[in-house]
Design a binder for this molecule. Sequence first.
Ligand SMILES: Cc1cc2nc3c(=O)[nH]c(=O)nc-3n(C[C@H](O)[C@H](O)[C@H](O)COP(=O)(O)O)c2cc1C
Length: 336
Amino acid sequence: MSVDLTTTYLGLKLAHPIVPSASPITGKLDVLERLQDAGAPAVVLPSLFEEQITHDEEEMQRLAEFAADSFAEATFGYFPEMQDYNTGPSSYLKLVEGAKTTLDIPVIASLNGSSVAGWIDYAKRIQNAGADALELNVYYVPANPQESGAEVEERYLDLVSACRESITIPMAVKIGPYFSSVINMVNRIVAAGANGVVLFNRYLMPDIDLDTLEITPALKLSDPSELRLPLRWIALIRGKVPTSIALTSGVHAATDAIKAVLAGADAAMTTSALLRHGPEYLTTIIEGFRAWLEENEYTSVEQAKGSLSEEAAPNPEAFSRANYMKALVSYTGTPI
Ligand SMILES: Cc1cc2nc3c(=O)[nH]c(=O)nc-3n(C[C@H](O)[C@H](O)[C@H](O)COP(=O)(O)O)c2cc1C
């Protein structure tokens, strides 16, 4: 019996839910082709960062001022338009265009930032470059003691609304887990115009190097235990907020992707596993995913999707405080 693996994410019909998420592995056309050949149903390109765009514009400003000083005839129109300036952002637009020309699968571009400002114009440019959808990664570290949680949330919502106003393609918003009420936040992000959410951003925790006494960025690839955090929240959100949901963090094997779908994810995204094992490893995950569904007599991904969400689970209390108490009490390790 063959199982129908198709899923709908952001209104895009995908061959199956296992999608390579944003990272350097999706940043080169030849590797994107390898991912497609390995069975990717869509790809999320690496992010274009607010800082790259802002830096680009500042650089242009400096050049324009320099030119105005140097050439009496320089006028506002003397220099080429910002969008023609060939640095990071314009290379990014070329990547989007190239991916669209080279691939047959949907291409999801990614913008990454935290403040409402001119850089958001790139959402429109990315749309014009042909992206099928946009992932807006709001990566914000609230370090100002004067800024309240409500203000931080408004910042997110303003960004989502600003982006929504400038594009018509589907938009997903990638966020971290650090909200007092994650489900309420997802609900408001959707009300502000998102078609989906990507849960969760991994915040990269800096480390301290004791030899040099320096702060080090310490980028570590994920491990499968990180799946549990998005798994729980997706299980709680599915059915309560009408939106597409992608899980990111901790999908290393077919079984992780199965869990994501059972919890209620429309897409199970993976990066660290592909960075570790190479693009072709995607086929192993997809084949294992198919085999598990077949062995367990599912006829489709849709049938499995959300069947263990809080709404549908036979024991919904597993996601709540009751389970926390049970888990603590059931610990059987030997006390030290
Ligand atoms: C080296 C590296 C680069 C990444 N670059 C981006 C990026 O540009 N934009 C983004 O939204 N996420 C980025 N991510 C995060 C991944 O898309 C993904 O959300 C995260 O790694 C968790 O998934 P995983 O457990 O499958 O690795 C990056 C991750 C890694 C490891």
